[in-house]
Design a protein around this ligand. Structure first.
Ligand code: PAF
Length: 281
């Protein structure tokens, strides 16, 4: 596995591999890799001869400096896990390499980012779109792989790809969960044992809400019930629970045949912000 730390190295490598007729897959990450990331790397390796993984804790997508400071960083452990999963090149740039100058460009995804993560983390998707665009330009992948745990991020990146005509296939994979249902996330590493013990409640609340949606219970009632169930665990501070259209991500008032619904939740658990979602077809 090759290791690059400069944009020039990555660009030259990707260009040469493209010219040699090889298919390139890109898995953008912020490191502290878990099985969810490795699933994406394996999927990329199954479909592409060249698999580039980026590890970059992108400061521009953090609206909370403390969250950025505490974000887990495990570069050696990550590098060791990547080669067996099929990564051919790891890109680990410093902040000054990705942002040699402050960016003035601003992305606005309209209604897509006025809800949920976009509404609660101002500037978050601007930072995501900026860094993902840079990575797409440097690595010029034929396919890019993202996890559906960040459901809104996938929707935003899909919009980015369409609006900027990036010539790549956007591939997303379902959330990987621990045996007790907790969605795998790099932030889980920051949970204390007591917090970790109650963390699966987030998924249980989503699963119960999904059953209510399937049973025809109205969105407002589903939302109220879910927030009340979360509030029963004092360690949790719910931030939002939304019942939304899975395409537009806008909150819905009722159900329509043929339109999938997504249930999205964000909550703080002893200082760690967790998100999760389920899609109900
Ligand atoms: O999902 C993430 O880890 C990040 O948002 C991404 C896509 C790597 C951009 O920094």
């Amino acid at each position: 596995m090759l290791l690059f730390t400069t944009a020039a190295e990555l660009r030259a490598y990707a260009e040469a591999e493209r010219c040699a007729g090889r298919r390139l897959g890109l898995v953008p990450t912020m490191g502290a890799l878990h099985e969810g990331h490795l699933q994406l790397v394996r999927a990329a390796a199954a479909a592409c001869e060249v698999v580039i993984v980026s590890i970059f804790v992108n400061p521009t997508q953090f609206n909370n400096p403390e969250d950025l400071r505490l974000y887990p960083r495990l570069p050696e452990q990550d590098a060791a896990a990547l080669a067996p999963a099929g990564c051919t090149a790891l890109f680990m740039p410093a902040v000054a390499e990705m942002y040699p100058q402050p960016t003035v460009l601003h992305f606005d995804f309209g209604p897509l980012e006025r809800v949920m993560e976009g509404a609660h983390r101002p500037g978050h998707f601007n930072g995501v779109a900026t860094v993902v665009s840079k990575l797409f330009h440097l690595a010029r992948p034929h396919a890019a792989y993202f996890g559906q745990k960040d459901f809104q991020q996938v929707a935003v990146v899909r919009q980015l790809v369409a609006d900027l005509s990036f010539d790549l296939e956007l591939i997303s994979y379902p959330t990987i969960r621990e045996a007790d249902g907790l969605a795998m996330s790099s932030r889980n590493a920051r949970l204390t044992p007591t917090a970790r013990a109650v963390a699966p409640l987030l998924h249980r609340v989503l699963a119960q809400a999904a059953l209510r949606v399937q049973g025809g219970v109205g969105p407002a009632e589903v939302q109220q019930h879910a927030l009340a169930a979360l509030a029963q665990e004092p360690q949790f501070t719910p931030e939002y629970f939304e019942v939304a259209d899975a395409q537009t991500l806008q909150p819905i008032m009722g159900y329509e045949a043929g339109r999938a619904v997504v249930l999205c939740v964000a909550a703080h658990l002893s200082g760690v912000r967790l998100i999760d979602n389920v899609v109900v077809d």
